[in-house]
Design a protein around this ligand. Structure first.
Ligand code: 13P
Length: 287
């Protein structure tokens, strides 16, 4: 059964570890992440961007697939199905479809509008027991075709949004989606500390988990980050393993072209990446 991310994140915040959000793109991705979470006895959040939602034939299809897998694979660890960087309308659709968690990314709106829309969603999600993530200070990198530098959130604005009663808060601290450029300045721990102080017990979310060095991840967790989003790293691992299989000519041997064989190395590579992250984040054994 899908659960809200609230309890798992509050536990993570108290226990000084983080729960991974791994974005899904298809059946292989979803199965690999769920099986790894179960093997690691770790809570997990499946992230779905609006683009990936369209790709997978809509939110109802995804809810059906995830619920079916949880049942058939015997998944007993806490699983939240979460809309990633949702619009207001997207959040409403996911709530309707049966997601257990949604993010409303109002970071590109003026703060008053972000507050207004977030307030409405706090009410709607609260009524249904669904967790809600809000964002302050846009996360840089490529997000739906828009490229930016890692922005830093205003701690006072973070407090305003946190006080509305959201479940978790994503604050820009110099993080970027996708691969980090060679001249990246690293995470702004100064910003993170200031935000943490303002929002108290609220679990903080670190987007752009791909390629952040392990020591920075650990420090971010020690300063109140309880949810870390990873997407690109699983894609890179999948692509590399698939390329190796094809370059080795394995698809030309016997029935190597069968998708169940062709996609198997990429599937295993996602599993290995997810396991590595769960170990780094400290969520293994915390289900
Ligand atoms: P990466 O693709 O950089 O891992 O970022 C994932 C993310 O933050 C999704 O919201």
């Amino acid at each position: 059964m899908l659960v809200s991310a609230k309890e798992m994140l509050n536990k993570a915040k108290e226990g000084h570890y983080a729960v991974g959000q791994f974005n899904i793109n298809n059946l292989e991705w979803t199965k690999a992440i769920l099986l790894t979470a179960q093997e690691c006895n770790s809570p997990v959040i499946l992230g779905v961007s609006e683009g990936a939602g369209k790709y997978m034939c809509g939110y109802n299809t995804i809810v059906g697939m995830v619920n079916g897998m949880i049942d058939t694979l015997g998944i007993t660890v806490p699983v939240a199905l979460h809309l990633d960087h949702g619009s207001y309308e997207g959040a409403l659709k996911c709530i309707e479809a049966g997601f257990s968690s949604v993010m409303f990314d109002g970071s590109h709106y003026p703060i008053a509008e972000n507050i207004e829309k977030t307030t409405e969603l706090v009410k709607l999600t609260g009524e249904k027991g669904i967790s809600l993530e809000a964002e302050v200070g846009a996360i840089g990198g490529e997000e739906d075709g828009v490229i930016g530098a890692g922005e830093c959130a205003d701690p006072n604005e973070c407090k305003m949004i946190a006080d509305l009663g959201v479940t978790m808060l994503a604050a820009g601290i110099g993080n970027i989606h996708g691969k980090y450029p060679a001249n990246w300045a690293g995470l702004s721990f100064e910003t993170l500390e200031a935000v943490s102080e303002k929002v108290g017990k609220m679990p903080l979310v670190l987007h752009g988990g791909t390629g952040i060095p392990a020591d920075q991840i650990k420090k971010a967790i020690s300063l109140g980050v309880s949810k870390i989003n990873v997407n690109t790293e699983c894609q890179l691992a999948f692509a590399e393993a698939t390329r190796k299989y094809i370059e080795a000519g394995k698809d030309l041997e016997g029935k190597g072209f069968d998708p169940r064989k062709l996609l198997a190395p990429g599937f295993e590579a996602i599993k290995a990446t997810v396991k590595e992250k769960m170990e780094l984040f400290g969520s293994v054994g915390m289900a």
